[in-house]
Design a protein around this ligand. Sequence first.
Ligand SMILES: Cc1cc2nc3c(=O)[nH]c(=O)nc-3n(C[C@H](O)[C@H](O)[C@H](O)COP(=O)(O)O)c2cc1C
Length: 170
Amino acid sequence: MNGRKQVDIAQAAKSILEQIPKGAFLTVKDGSRVNTMTIGWGTIGRMWNKPVFMVMVRYSRFTYEIIEKSSAFTVSVPLNGKFKEALAVCGSKSGRDVDKFKECGLKAVPGEKVDVPVIEGCDIHVECRILYKEPLAPEKLPKDIIDACYKDGDFHVLYFGEILGVYEEV
Ligand SMILES: Cc1cc2nc3c(=O)[nH]c(=O)nc-3n(C[C@H](O)[C@H](O)[C@H](O)COP(=O)(O)O)c2cc1C
């Protein structure tokens, strides 16, 4: 891995939020099982006097199985078109069926604050401790969102992670 430069979340947020719609890696770990998947939605903000990164994981994901048994996650953000192919594979294949690290040539390297790795070579890494999770309540969502995102009933669970570390690879 290259060097790491600690940065402020407010400083990194613009790049992260610009990249999120194109994809970032959400990595999770339970014991010896590590998995990563592409996420396209998420928020960065402040809750309970702490910086927080919220990610959304559908029940059908292998990632869901793993994050449910964990207390942490990491988000690794590649910028400038990097890892385009890997984002496509990690956003379409399941860790239940393939080892995405092997298939995409991704290397998981240890995080600093949490026992979940980050994806080597990405530009920005965020390490989070889960503070709160909330399954979406369908009756609380407007119909247009249900129609647009949940016709198949595969709802998201929201995971709110306290941001414990943010660093850039330099
Ligand atoms: C650009 C992009 C963004 C995505 N964002 C999310 C997301 O925020 N939440 C989610 O549950 N799935 C999202 N997906 C779908 C998962 O990445 C995909 O279903 C993946 O294969 C799940 O892998 P897993 O079964 O190993 O967890 C996204 C896919 C792409 C291509």
